[in-house]
Design a protein around this ligand. Structure first.
Ligand SMILES: Nc1nc2c(ncn2[C@@H]2O[C@H](COP(=O)(O)OP(=O)(O)OP(=O)(O)O)[C@@H](O)[C@H]2O)c(=O)[nH]1
Ligand SMILES: [Mg+2]
Length: 312
């Protein structure tokens, strides 16, 4: 048994080992998870929670690092949650050079957590949302979530974050097709990263044209921002676009609507689990075995078996 109170107190003081342990309990749905959520849920909803999604190699990790550095200038505490990353956050690849990397990892205002993909995408989305919620409740001002956004395993990131940034890169015709195919539905901000490479203006133009052709999903006009995560160009503009979306979502009620949608999903899933558990307890193995035998002996049909089990 882990003492939840001790863990929470340590985590609130910013002790990394305690934070990590709390998140593991949540992620693995250990018995203490429900208590932790009960004790922290009321303190959630303060952090700026932003998702970065897009095809592998589009520069999500590099952009998250760059944006983290900028948020840190205003002394914000930043947490990064990388969902099933193909390039681990401890690798040198995420930061341009070793000096910057050392600075970042010595910086106690930054906490990085990688989440492994576990089974169903629904499970991962829920675990991710909870992990984000705990970080929010522990006082992180900004929580950045990286997910691979093109492919079968993608999680519905809009159920996890307040603002979804969808990355593409110059000349990525196929990616744009994929974006067109529906992923754009979830994008609150479109980012053309690697804008230091040729073709960024054309790609941005294509995206803007696509946005004007499609019927607007909401009153929100999805902006297209060009960035270079490598040299820092456009990062301030990206933060400004995120801020603007956040303000709009608050004012228009979209934030509340989206949260309600995510919570409905979450509660329904929990309800289903609970009902199934209760049912398993109520029915019991012996009763089930008896009924199965009667069905095998043809004295009862399968529907009648269910009726019989639920009756007593
Ligand atoms: N030229 C240029 N290269 C970049 C930029 N951003 C990232 N890169 C490079 O692109 C490569 C992939 O970057 P990552 O940040 O690992 O990309 P990712 O989207 O996180 O990749 P996965 O996590 O594997 O999906 C690295 O070699 C980066 O240095 C950029 O703005 N300009
Ligand atoms: Mg990455």
């Amino acid at each position: 048994m882990t003492d939840v109170g001790t863990l929470l107190a340590g985590a609130r003081q910013g002790r990394i080992a305690y934070i990590a342990r709390l998140l593991s309990i949540i992620e693995n749905e250990e018995p203490e998870a429900a208590d932790i959520i009960r004790l922290t849920y009321a303190q959630t909803g303060r952090a700026i929670v932003v998702g970065f999604t897009g095809p592998p190699g589009s520069g999500k990790s590099t952009l998250v690092s760059a944006i983290t550095a900028l948020y840190r200038r205003t002394a914000a505490r930043v947490a990064v949650v990388a969902v099933d990353p193909s390039s681990p956050y401890t690798g040198g690849a995420i930061l341009g050079d070793r000096i910057r990397m050392r600075e970042r990892y010595l910086d106690t205002g930054v906490f990085i957590r990688s989440m492994a993909n576990r089974g169903t995408s629904g499970g991962l989305a829920r675990a991710t949302r909870r992990v984000v919620g705990i970080l929010d409740a522990l006082g992180f001002d900004v929580v950045l979530v990286e997910t691979v956004g093109v492919g079968q395993q993608e999680i519905d990131v809009s159920r996890v974050v307040d603002t979804v940034c969808l990355l593409t890169i110059p000349g990525a015709g196929d990616d744009i097709q994929a974006i067109k195919a529906g992923i754009m539905e979830i994008a609150d901000v479109l980012v053309v990263n690697k804008a230091d490479r040729p073709g960024a203006d054309e790609t941005a133009r294509d995206l803007i044209q696509m946005l004007t052709l499609g019927s607007p999903r909401l009153a929100w006009r999805t902006p297209v921002v060009k960035t270079s995560a490598e040299d820092g160009t456009g990062i301030e503009e990206l933060i400004a676009a995120i801020d603007k979306h956040r303000a709009w979502a608050e004012e228009s009620g979209e934030a509340r609507r989206r949260n309600a949608d995510a919570m409905r999903h979450d509660i329904q899933a929990l309800l289903q689990e609970r009902v199934l558990q209760d049912l398993a307890t109520r029915v019991g193995k012996q009763k089930l075995d008896d009924v199965v035998l009667r069905v095998v002996d043809k004295t009862l049909d399968p529907y009648g078996a269910v009726d019989a089990l639920l009756r007593d």
